[in-house]
Design a protein around this ligand. Structure first.
Ligand SMILES: [Mg+2]
Length: 304
């Protein structure tokens, strides 16, 4: 289990000492902010598992901080526990309506504070679990299109920050409609399942394999030069040629076409998937069952 972290945003330094004391053993690390703005900055930077947020603060109260945190994609799902003076519990309804998970009144009762933080951490884990499941393609067990789009954004940001390059491949089953028409959709699904298992099995841990939609799959090959990307794709095409799918009428095999585009270095990152798609289209036009690498030349071919 990874380290559990909390962020405390409260203008009263004494509260920071108290929370440190009470939450020892409940979380592994506590980040501290005495000003709302620095609290929001810490939240986006550290991505804590739970945020303890004072309601009564000067300049910007806890409600405003909550509103900002709930508007940011990075911090939206972090549970917020409001801290409030016990003569101000009328505030609590408003805080919970704004997306707060819970509240604790000051002065703290240690066991109550600890129990509420533990409950918020359980909520956080459930949200993460849901998020993991929501990124998975149900048929193949590979990542889904949403996860792919995130991975593409992440890879582009990583290359902008650190340099290097990655590859994006788009794969499409050849004549999949014929498979469905000949053997039925149940067998068509079996083709996609076996294809997904083969693609997933040949990926490196740092790569991302996703079902892009229908019979189309995508790979994001992290930290990869063109030669390595070609090797991985050719190996994949070979493995797929060997797949045998059982159908009542007997076993059959199938092939895929693949388009590969490099990103980073001299290649742009923002349209890598689209370039892979153009190369894939080219592979289909050249007779299928092959890999085409996107280059300026093949792009010229496409527009001619
Ligand atoms: Mg205060």
């Amino acid at each position: 289990m990874s380290r559990l972290t909390a962020l405390l945003i409260d203008d009263d330094p004494n509260v920071h000492d108290l929370i440190d004391f009470h939450l020892e053993g409940v979380v592994d690390r506590i980040f501290h902010a005495e000003h709302p703005a620095s609290g929001i900055a810490l939240a986006t930077h550290e991505m804590p598992d739970v945020i303890l947020l004072d309601i009564e603060m000067p300049y910007m109260d806890g409600f405003q901080v909550c509103r900002e945190l709930k508007q940011l994609a990075l911090t939206r799902d972090i549970p917020i526990i409001f801290l409030t003076a016990d003569n101000a519990t009328h505030h609590v309804a408003r805080g919970l309506d704004m997306g707060g998970t819970d509240y604790v009144t000051k002065p703290f009762v240690a066991v109550e504070l600890q129990a509420r933080v533990r409950a918020a951490l359980r909520t956080r884990r459930l949200i993460e679990l849901l998020r993991v499941h929501a990124r998975v393609d149900a048929l193949t067990g590979l990542k889904n299109r949403g996860a792919l789009e995130e991975a593409l954004e992440r890879s582009a940001a990583e290359v902008a920050r650190r340099g290097g390059g990655y590859a994006v491949a788009l794969l499409d089953v050849d004549h999949f409609k014929v498979v469905n028409d000949t053997y039925g959709h149940g067998i068509g699904d079996e083709v996609l399942r076996q294809l997904g298992a083969t693609i997933g099995g040949l990926c490196r841990p740092t790569d991302l394999a996703a079902r892009y939609g229908g019979e189309e799959f995508a790979l994001v090959l992290a930290d990869t030069n063109q030669a390595t990307a070609i090797t991985i794709c050719e190996r994949l095409l070979n493995a797929i040629r060997k797949i045998r799918v059982s159908a009542p009428a007997g076993e059959f095999g199938f092939t895929i076409s693949a388009g590969l585009a490099m990103a980073g270095g001299n290649c742009p990152t923002d349209d890598a998937l689209q370039r892979a798609d153009e190369a894939l289209y080219h592979a289909k036009g050249l007779g299928r069952d092959r890999l085409v690498i996107w280059t300026m030349a093949s792009a010229d071919d496409l527009v001619s």
